[in-house]
Design a protein around this ligand. Structure first.
Ligand code: ATP
Ligand code: MG
Length: 489
């Protein structure tokens, strides 16, 4: 999705009643929708609604019954005439168009899918899908060819000669969608399009809409009163109340930064682990060491940042190659090996859009933080256990007391990585290296102390390791770094 504006709604107001000016003056005095209805028997459908929809996005309008969703959607193609305001599609003001221009815009730019399918029961699937083209006077061959393409797009190939009465609810919904797609509109308006379907078919249709969106890149404005549906399919969501938009944001923004108590109540009870994704809980991976650097550079970076492991990347694109432990870096220094030879290449990786409910089992099993990488292998961030717990706790999915030692919040605040609870085996090897590592190399400066994790145990002086001395107060090796020596960055 790019950020070109496809549709702009500016100050749209819709008053259902004979004297809208009176309603507007009462609105300006601060009266509520209900008070105005009591006084005037006129209804505020929409009150000064503003938003933009980007080219290729799925923009969901949601809210309780009567909040104005259908009124807003129908204003977008002027099935309902707004009382005031402007609607621009590709910069052209729909509200200024004469009937002919409007008809042409509706044919070429905007398709609509209705909740109740609105099909012609005695016609075949093909003739229903081709209906809009037929009334435009498009010759039979051409309209059938376009209709067949749309039928295939919605997965109904082979059913084109079935009668509507022979179809299930889900199939009828597909026919409605195919009819809207047949004249290849830029914008699809869908009003509770899946509400009449049973939950399983509804889920399938949502998946197919997302797949369709990937293929055909329409701009879709989708009305729903179902929060789960909105969170699943919406790139952004506008939440309405009493004819006003109270918040517009991505599903994550709506969940994590609700604009007011109405939105908070609306989203209470949502399973956030399905909505939040890897990207939303990852930390910046800093510092990183280029793969062609020597071990001295890696050791210095770890020293400067007070960490004992570091991610190894290649090229300007930061392609993730592996993770390097301080012990292995010291060994490389001693033996003259390259970083590539001593790093651990096999670290768990996840895609940025992996939902947290799939991240959680992976991180539970993993010795290392999870690396978040994009399709081309670029390291975008890392995820440690505490940040997942922290994100869910912030949004109310788990209680603070479920976070081990309450550390998640500390680390969240500091923006630091959260160390793993179990020391990775590789870190235990540092202990084994104690007797082997030589002093720090001349010219590299004293490595000073590599701070462990700042939480579970005190600093583990690298000099002690390097000089073949046990660190002061160091307990037995398996306990020496009870926490997470892998404080990556
Ligand atoms: N033709 C009309 N005449 C008078 N009032 C109307 C008309 N259409 C809608 N309204 C009122 O406008 C408000 C918004 O209605 P709208 O149908 O847009 O709500 P909605 O959010 O789509 O609700 P639902 O989820 O029930 O479909 C409601 O108060 C409704 O009563
Ligand atoms: Mg409605």
């Amino acid at each position: 999705m790019n950020k070109n504006i496809k549709l702009e709604v500016r100050n749209i107001t819709k008053i259902f009643g004979k004297d809208p000016q009176k309603v507007i003056s009462l609105l300006n005095k601060g009266l509520s929708k209900n008070e105005i209805f009591e006084k005037t028997k006129q209804t505020i459908g929409l009150n000064n609604v503003n938003f933009e929809v980007y080219d290729g996005e799925i923009f969901v309008i949601m809210g309780l019954s009567g909040s104005g969703k259908s009124t807003l959607l129908r204003c977008l193609n002027r099935l309902i005439e707004p009382t005031g305001g402007d609607i621009l599609i590709d910069g052209k003001n729909i509200t200024d168009m004469d009937p002919q221009e409007l008809r042409s815009a509706r044919r070429n730019k905007i398709g609509m899918v209705f909740q109740n399918f609105a099909l012609l029961p005695h016609r075949s699937v093909l003739d229903n899908v081709a209906y809009g083209l037929e009334i435009q006077g498009i010759p039979k061959e051409e309209r059938y060819s376009q209709a067949l393409e749309a039928i295939e797009t919605v997965g109904l190939k082979g059913h084109e000669h079935s009668r509507i009465t022979q179809l299930s609810g889900g199939m009828k919904q597909r026919v409605g969608l195919a009819r809207a797609l047949a004249n290849d509109p830029d914008i699809l308006l869908m009003d509770e399009a899946f509400s009449a379907l049973d939950p399983l078919i509804r889920g399938d249709m949502q998946d197919e809409l997302l797949a369709l969106e990937d293929r055909v890149q329409k701009t879709i404005i989708f009305v729903s009163h179902d929060l789960d549906e909105a969170l699943k399919i919406g790139d952004r969501i506008a939440l309405m109340k009493d004819g006003e938009v109270v918040q517009i944001g991505t599903p994550e923004e709506i969940l994590t930064e609700p604009a007011d108590s109405y939105v908070s109540k609306f989203v209470a009870g949502v399973d956030r682990s399905k909505i939040l994704v890897a990207e939303s809980v990852m930390k910046r991976p800093e510092p990183l060491v280029p793969i062609n650097s020597g071990p001295r550079v890696a050791i210095q970076l770890m020293k400067d940042h007070g960490i004992s492991s570091i991610y190894v990347v290649e090229g300007k694109n930061r392609r993730l190659k592996g993770i390097l432990m301080i012990g292995d870096a010291l060994e490389a220094l001693k033996t003259g090996k390259s970083l590539e030879a001593v790093m651990i290449p096999d670290i768990p990786r996840v895609a940025p859009d992996l939902p947290l409910n799939e991240v959680i089992p992976l991180i539970a099993e993993s010795q290392y933080p999870l690396a978040v990488v994009n399709d081309s292998g670029k390291l975008l961030g890392i995820i440690v256990r505490g940040s997942v717990l922290g994100a869910l706790a912030i949004s109310g999915e788990i209680g603070q007391d479920e976070i081990p030692d309450g550390k998640a919040s500390e680390e969240r605040d500091s923006g630091e990585n959260i160390p793993e609870e179990k020391p990775p085996e590789k870190m235990v090897l540092i202990g084994k290296n104690e007797g082997e590592a030589g002093p720090p190399p001349a010219g590299s400066g004293s490595p000073g102390s590599i701070i462990n994790n700042g939480i579970d145990s005190g600093p583990v002086p690298v000099e002690a390791e390097a000089k073949n001395e046990a660190p002061a107060k160091a307990p037995a090796r398996s306990d020496a770094m009870p926490g997470p020596e892998v404080k990556t960055c």
